[in-house]
Design a binder for this molecule. Sequence first.
Ligand code: HSE
Length: 420
Amino acid sequence: MKEVVLGLLGLGNIGGGVWDLIRTFGDEVETRTGIRLRVKKALVLDKRIHGGHEVPEEVLTTERADILEDPEIQIVCEFLGGEQPAASMMQRALENGKSVVTANKMALSLHFDELRAMAARTGAGLYYEASVGGAIPIINAIQSPLIANHIEQIMGIVNGTTNYILTRMAAEGAEYETILKDAQRLGLAEPNPAADVEGMDAAYKLSILGSLAFHSRIRMEDIYREGITRVTAEDISFGREMGYVLKLLAIGKDNGDSIEARVHPAFLPADHPLARVDGSLNAVYLYGHAFKDMMLEGRGAGDAPTASAIVGDIIQAAQNAVHPMPWLREDALPVADNWQSKYFIRMKAKDAPGVLAEVTGLLAGEGISVSAMMQKGAAPGGKATLIVITHIAPEKAVRRVVQALNPEICQVENVIRVEG
Ligand code: HSE
């Protein structure tokens, strides 16, 4: 039996979940691995509040040095969330030769280079399976069993809150604001939902996942990002009539000389594997030259699923004589801003002769071909809803068409990319 001494930075939902998993399942983990996990210290703000978890008084501390500077502590697990002080505390732990396990996608994405450099310098390990997709072992999969592949594409539903909202909007024909309020009431969306609904959370995750998948650093500021706040029940129901399901996707593509990295709502054909991933579930769909296509699906949040990935990382950190360090090219590929997609364009158009000709004329002028079209609520002289779905076209050309349309006769109400 080998004892491994842990320090926990934070004892909230995730920290508490890890504490509980070690307490209830630690003996079994020891039987399976020969490793006994002992939590020596857990950093809390106030010793009187520790989330109802049965933590002995002597384990609790309010001093970070009790963890970061204690030579007996071998692995530091960071559960503080947010950028700082989490990033600098992880940096200090690595500097002191302690391996770090974290689920903190924000600190990791923003400080990936410094943290990796420090881990490389001191030989400590940096493990972050839980930072993307919660319990789904996607980080390990990319770095180990799938390493003999050129991964060309990743497409993920990596934010449970927005997937829950979109799933309910689709099921109930309800508007975004109504479902958001209900999700907040149920504790499934934060009181300040911006990080989730504006796509920040998904972008942090894409930054980490894409950097590893394409071996080229993708920075947060390079990622195109659009959230779900402008999606309407009408978009979803018209999309469905035309055979599509709406999801918030984190998309990464390796185009050889550049990378695409974008987070935005997108329609997927109803028979795409990601289209049936509903509620708060997460899933990542990948394409690699040798494994072809694959999808991993599971719980992306929650204390127990996240703890599952964290304890897995702790065991790997304890077992590895040499900690793995992902290889990233030094000359990072540029992140493209000129990608192509198919587009769903929803317009309110005057129901009069020549309107359709104007729309299709502008599209034709940009070399954009129409793949499907639908008109609803037509009444001569009134306004009709017009939906156009294009074939693959450059995004910039589609934007030019939207700009050029005369709003007197045709107002573009939403443009949504169609992927898959
Ligand atoms: N806020 C995230 C989500 C969970 O809604 O999926 C943690 O990454």
